[in-house]
Design a protein around this ligand. Sequence first.
Ligand code: C2O
Length: 517
Amino acid sequence: MKRIFLLACASSLFFASCGNKGKPVEEPDNDDPDVVVVDDDNTLYIRQNVYDMDADNPVITGYQRAITQMQSLPESDPTSWAFQAAIHGKMSSDNPDWNQCQHGSFFFISWHRMYLYYFERIVRKYSEESDWALPYWDYSNPRQRSMPALFRENTGDNPLYIPERRPSINAGAPLSPETVSLDCLTRIPFTGTPTSLESFGGQTIPAPQQFWRGTGALENVPHNVVHNAIGGWMGSPYTAAQDPVFWLHHANIDRLWNEWISMGGGRMNPDDEVWLNTEFAFFDENGNRVVLTGAEVVNTASQLDYRYDGDPEDLTAPVLAADDRRASKPQKVMTEGPQEGKVELARVAGETTAFTSEPLTLSVPMEAQNLDMMKNSFAPGKNSNKSTYLTVEGVSFDALPEVSIGVFINVPEGSTPDFSSAHFVSMITFFDLAHLAHHDHGNHGDHTGEDAGSNFIFGIEENLKKLEAEGIDISDVRVTFALTDGVEPLEDENALADPSGAPVGTPSFKSVSIQVF
Ligand code: C2O
C-alpha cells in the first residue's frame, strides 16, 4: 500500500516559506514525488541536498540561526550545541549521557540515525522554520566532492565555517574519489560475517560499546575516511559533532542506509533482538530525556516522519513482526565471525613497522601448496564457500593519525599505487580508534588487548580474480601501503596543500598475513 503524507505547514502551505526550499511552491500534485500530498496531519520532512541550496535558503539561514542560539545556551542545557556534541563524545567527561556514540559495531548505523533525529528536532525549534530538515552532503557525486561553499565562507559571523578544518578542505579541494567510494553498497549482509569489513553495517555485539572493533564497510569508507579528510574537530569522535558539517555528513551516511535497503538483493536489517530492542537515550527539543530502539528507526518515513529527496517513494525496510524475530543467539564477541576452517597461508613480520609517507611494499611469500589453496578459493566453479583474506595485524599509533592508509596488492614495481585499479583493496582508517590514542578520558569500555593494536581483515578475492584476469602474476603476493589525506591536491600551486612528510601519529603495524576461510 502506498503511503501518502501531508506536509503540514498548516496555514502557510502555499507560501514560499514552506514546501520545497528555494523552489517555487506549487499546488500538490500526486504524480510528483517531491510534492507533498495530503493524508493526515503528520508532517513528512524532506532532507535535501545541500548543493541545491543557496545562502538565503531557509534551511541554511535556519541552521545558522539555530546554531547561534544553541551555542549561546549553557552546556548543562541538553538542547545546547555543546551538550548535543558531547552526547557523541567529549574528552574527560563524567556525564552519563555523554560519550554515547556507537562505533565499530552493528549499532553504528542505527545509533547515528537516532542521534540525528532528535538533533534535527532541536534545530527545527531554534531555526524557527517549522518544516526544517537536515540537509545532506552527497560527496560521492563527482561534482559535489568539495566542502559545500556555504560551510567554508569565512565572513566573520558564519557559524557554518570552522577554521580548524584541514586547510585544503576549507579552500575547496575536493575529497578524493577513494575517500567517497560507495563500494560499501555492494555488501549484502548487514552484520559482520565472516569479517566485519565485508559487511555493510558492522559486527554483532551483545551490548552497546562506544568503540568496538567490528567496523563495517559503510563506517570504514566513506564514513571514517571523510572524517579524517575534513580533519580538525571532525577528525576525532570527541570533537566531531561540534562542526556543523558533521550533521550533513551523517545525514548522507543515513541516506546511504536507505539507498542500500532500496537496492534489495537480500539486503536486510538485522533481526537480532539486541539490535532491535536496545534502548538509547537522547533529549528532545524540550530538553526531555527520550529513548529509541533499532526497531523504531528502520523506516524513516513511517516511523520518524522524514525522507530523503531521492528516496524511492515507497521505500520500506523490512520491519519484522515480534513473533518473527529469531530468539537472540549468544554471539562470540572476540571473533569477527565464524571463521571456520581458517587456514593461514602466509605471514610476514612480527615486529613493529611504521607506515611511511612513501608507499611501503612487503612481499608475502607463500608455499606452492598454499598458493594452490588460495587460487582454488576463487577458481571459477569452485564448490566451497571459502574466500581469501588479507589481515593487517597490530595497527597502532601514538597520536591519532591525520591520514588513512590505502592497502594494495601486487602493484607493478615502480608504479604509483592507483586507487581506481584492481590492485586497490581498501583503507585502514583511524577515526573510530581515537580512544586508543588517549588514556585520560572516562569511557574506556572493556577493551582487552589494546596494546596489541587493531586488526583489519580485508577480503581480497575480487582483487585476485581481476588481477588474474588481467594477466598479472599473483603467485607472489606483495602488499603495498600508501598514505592518503583523502583530499585531492589544489590546482593552485601555492596552495595550502598539507606539507608531506612524516605522518602525524606515526601509525605502525606488526604483521601481514593471508588466510583462507
Ligand atoms: Cu559517531 Cu561520524 O561519527
